[in-house]
Design a protein around this ligand. Structure first.
Ligand SMILES: [Zn+2]
Length: 241
């Protein structure tokens, strides 16, 4: 299994690692540890490269399976036992961390206002969207929601990462409402992201340490998706920091 550095240290942009499996047909390597996020929960995969000495190998795709995290390369597959250096595109990843965190803040505010859990979402660097069931909400009133969201972000909520035993997670009310029950029963340690006092979810993605790092956001669009579902789109006001 690959040690997932991003899971405990989202600010790590580089790593040294060893190739533990090499698949020449698919041009991919499994590493013993990685900072590359393999995608999931609406957060896209990281971009970046591996180095063997001075040779740069572009990482074109990152995937995960029961064996760990696979790094797909454009050319040249180093053999098992090779030491590699890896580095992600940090500017892009950090923007994704801020974006991802802003979406949690939106979940927290919508829950606070409407008691509606999120039903889906997706993001790109700097913007994202979440879906909620909000049959009685007038989408033209998005101004007040944006104000409440920015007020919440401006309270500088710290973000804590923890790993809960499955039993505890299954009994945690905030995790129940965010569908912890859908995580396969074989997973016995649940990673929990807590925007302390605002939002708490089982989540595998990468986030910043405080909502202070997100900056202010705007709700760019609210779309009706039928049967009372609303898709709320937001964007960071300052994608560059
Ligand atoms: Zn998250």
């Amino acid at each position: 299994m690959t040690e997932r550095i991003y899971s405990t240290d989202s600010y790590a942009a580089e790593m040294s690692a060893e190739v533990v499996a090499a698949d020449r047909d698919d041009r991919r390597v499994l590493l013993d540890r990685t900072v590359f996020y393999p995608g999931g929960g609406g957060q896209p995969i990281d971009q970046g490269a591996l180095w063997v000495g001075d040779d740069r190998l572009e990482v074109v795709k990152v995937t995960q399976d029961a064996d760990g995290v696979w790094h797909w390369l454009d050319e040249g597959v180093p053999g098992v036992g090779t030491q590699v250096e890896g580095r992600i595109d940090w500017e892009r990843r950090y923007l994704l961390m801020r974006t991802h965190t802003s979406l949690h803040a939106l979940c927290g505010v919508v829950w606070d206002w409407f008691r509606s859990p999120v039903t889906g979402g997706n993001m790109e660097p700097g913007r994202g969207r979440l879906d909620f069931e909000l049959p009685n909400w007038d989408p033209d009133k998005r101004g007040p929601l944006e104000e409440a969201l920015n007020a919440a972000i401006a309270r500088h909520h710290p973000i804590e990462v923890s790993f809960l035993p499955r039993k505890e997670a299954d009994a945690d009310p905030s995790l129940i409402r965010t569908k912890v029950n859908l995580i396969p029963k074989s997973i016995q340690k649940i990673r929990v992201i807590d925007l302390v006092g605002l939002d708490r979810q089982a989540d595998g993605g990468t986030h910043v340490k405080s909502t202070a790092e997100v900056g202010q956001v705007k709700i760019t669009k609210v779309q009706s998706k039928g049967r009372g579902f609303r898709r709320i789109r937001l964007a960071l006001n300052n994608p560059k920091t």
